[in-house]
Design a protein. Structure first.
Length: 271
């Protein structure tokens, strides 16, 4: 169950407590059936199938599968999107565990907890990366690190990627076999947009942040810190993430190279 946070109110949450082997709550999630994104070096087909994405009564399970010819996996996208009003703070948080098999059995596996700006899909025709992207947790090959990344830009060009652009402070190591709480906080408690921040957390400890002044453009900052975002959970197969690559003959299927998620929640507070 999503925990209460001091001085924050839960404005949306899913505890994934549906019946065992059932699909996630489709009143809250769109279950992707999209094909691979070639520019990301992906090879999987996402399916609306409980063998790839399901609840087990207490949590979400995303399980890559291989039928001898094709890799399949799961991706869910929140139907609702939320923004942080001026003078407020907002947190998007999840408790999850990535695959626990040794790295030799997770080649090409790419789990992620992230979010996209809702203008990407709400009819405003705002493409990526102009819509904004928060990469809260992602890793590849079963490695023990994540890289906090903010994608943004104008005119369809990924002008910068904080974290993914090479900032060593954005890299955070963690114990792969354990559940961890991953979060991003939008902090608009400051009166000046240049002093507002996006902050990345693991288990309640901040490990990376970006200020409005780091972006240096009021319009772009407005898209990544003032607009509504929706959450995404997925396990891709095939990756261009640092340390990633393609699946091989030892890459395993199922939870050993998948993802388990106890909850996802949005929180908000004033001031």
């Amino acid at each position: 169950m999503a925990p209460q946070l001091d001085n924050y109110t839960i404005i949306w949450a899913d505890d994934f407590n549906g019946a065992a082997n059932s699909l996630p709550d489709e009143s809250k999630w769109n279950i992707s059936q999209a094909g691979p994104i070639a520019s990301n070096s992906e090879v999987q087909q996402y399916r609306r199938d409980s063998s790839n994405v399901s609840t087990n009564g207490t949590m979400l399970q995303i399980k890559p599968q291989h039928d001898g010819n094709q890799w399949t996996s799961g991706r869910i996208e929140g139907k609702q999107a939320f923004n942080c009003p001026a003078g407020h703070r907002m947190i998007l948080q999840a408790e999850l565990r990535t695959g626990t098999f040794p790295v030799t059995f997770q080649s090409g596996i790419w789990p992620a907890f992230w979010a996209l700006g809702n203008d990407f899909r709400n009819g405003k025709n705002v493409g990526w990366p102009q819509c904004g992207e928060w990469d809260i947790l992602e890793n590849a090959h079963g490695a023990d690190f994540t890289i906090a990344t903010l994608h943004y830009g104008k005119g369809g060009t990924d002008n910068q990627a904080q974290g993914g652009g090479g900032n060593p402070n954005a890299r955070h190591t963690f114990v792969v076999e354990d559940f961890h709480t991953w979060a991003i906080k939008v902090n608009r408690s400051q009166s000046n947009w240049e002093d507002e921040t996006l902050e990345w957390y693991c288990d309640g400890q901040i490990f990376f942040s970006v200020k409005g002044s780091d972006v240096g453009d009021a319009e772009i900052w407005g898209r990544v810190a003032h607009k509504s975002f929706f959450p995404i959970l997925n396990v891709a197969v095939g990756s261009n993430f640092p340390g990633g690559g393609q699946p091989d003959g030892q890459t395993t299927t199922g939870l050993g190279s998948g993802m388990q998620v106890k909850y996802v929640a949005f929180y908000q507070r004033s001031g």
